[in-house]
Design a protein around this ligand. Sequence first.
Ligand code: ADP
Ligand code: ADP
Length: 209
Amino acid sequence: MDLIFLGPPGAGKGTQARWIIEEFKTPQISTGDIIRAAIRDHSPLGKEFKSYTDAGKLVPDDLVNRMVEDRLAQPDCKGGFLLDGFPRTVVQAKALDKMLEKAGRSLDHVLLLEVDDAVLVERITGRRSDPETGNVYHIKFNPPPADIADRLIQRSDDTEEVLRQRLDEYHAKTSPLIPFYEEKGLLRRIKGVGTPENIRDLIFGVLKG
Ligand code: ADP
Ligand code: ADP
């Protein structure tokens, strides 16, 4: 299955992606993770990326498009993929259409996780991740086991101030993708509030329905 995960920062895309990739045996392609890996490597491109992510701004389309095109060409994407955090602009969505067309494939579903902005502030400021496993926790909603609490990290862009910028970017540049995919008959709306397990079951209902 060729899937896209759409939704504002903190909607729960990463959390849900873990279950989807396990169930459907497809790779998760998170542009945010790829960008953070480049930043950690201190590559020249990583430095450029950091100036955008720290400001809560989107990285320029052409850079992200090239990254995704390379990733989708890898053999593990042959049977399907879950794109998490891409596309984020209409330019990116059109570029993705071209990439898929060239490869003779097409999207099956665009999952939209809907969560109000007010809820996202608490989710993002309480998010912590485990650098060893990649697991994502929340200090209140999904507390980590005590023995790993010391090694957890907080993303530098997970502050309330940077989140406001990221939300502005989401509403201005990413939300136009909602009508874009609705018109193509691909959009599947899922309420992203409730327990993660309930949300997972809603998503599985759509994907298996
Ligand atoms: P979240 O999971 O909180 O929505 P991400 O990890 O997806 O955040 O993205 C973190 C940052 O990486 C974004 O604020 C943006 O700067 C950059 N980024 C990630 N994906 C894209 C993309 N598709 N286009 C442009 N910038 C991106
Ligand atoms: P995204 O990838 O969309 O930015 P994450 O999956 O990283 O979102 O979730 C953001 C934060 O909210 C994390 O700390 C995560 O543990 C927490 N979270 C995820 N789903 C829920 C939920 N249904 N209810 C409460 N908190 C959640």
